[in-house]
Design a protein around this ligand. Sequence first.
Ligand code: GLN
Length: 304
Amino acid sequence: MDYQQLIEEVYHEVKSANPSGKVADYIPELASVDPNQFGMALVDLEGNIFGVGDYQVPFSIQSISKVHTLAMVAHVFKSKLWSRVNVEPSGNPFNSIAQLEFENGIPRNPFINAGALVITDALTSKFDNPIEEVSKFINEISGKECVQINQEVMDSELKHSERNTALGYFLKAYQNFDNKVEDVLKIYVAHCAMEMCCVDLARSFSFLANDGYSIYAKREIVTESMARRINALMLTCGFYDEAGEFAFRVGLPGKSGVGGGVAAVMPHKFSIAVWSPELNEKGNSVKAIMALELLTDKLKFSLF
Ligand code: GLN
């Protein structure tokens, strides 16, 4: 399979269809991003890189970092962590608070904000300096010192964190939060404010296409069984209330972020990152989803 030709074809088809959306505008730093940027990078399991468009431009990875943080604390299945967060699709927007009350403070899954806050709370308990540990972890599994935290994005997120703060206190009211809400929020916004380009992001997802083993870190990051579980969670919950649509159209485990990035994996073949800042009303990148849909159509296989 000529992956370079494949992604170039996809890139040009998406460019000429030019589906539009709206860049995230809840903070000024994201609202001012050039909406026309678009890039994709595919990395195979030997580490060969195929890229097109703005694939080397760093962007805000936002909620894609929830996969990295989950991988850092997930290793023991059936540990206490999995009694604190469920593994069901939410069918609700990423920042919804409603289900938490009906489900006794147990978030539906680790990728909605409530669930990701529980994961970041677990990280906060585990490490003395969690922000440094997350950067170190992502650098290690990308094989490169690539992670930059955008300080302005981080400060701005903190200033506009009313909803996430509310989620934190709600979790605390149900005894599902061990640390101080403000402390965990700082770590959460820091990992959301990390910037990476498509190549490095695809590399950082490579272990999930490779049964948990990272060819960059040269070690098992999660067990083969946990890699399958994280992929299952991405497939069912990675796009919040659009997870079904993404599985239907693309058929790959993937995770989106409001910076316009999507990272996805084709188990035993490759990992891929696509970035275009314009989002649909569910907060997912319009062009990235279209690109991945075309990609699996052209490949004639997905997970299925
Ligand atoms: N920082 C954003 C938030 O917590 C991340 C959301 C996302 O990328 N879906 O609201």
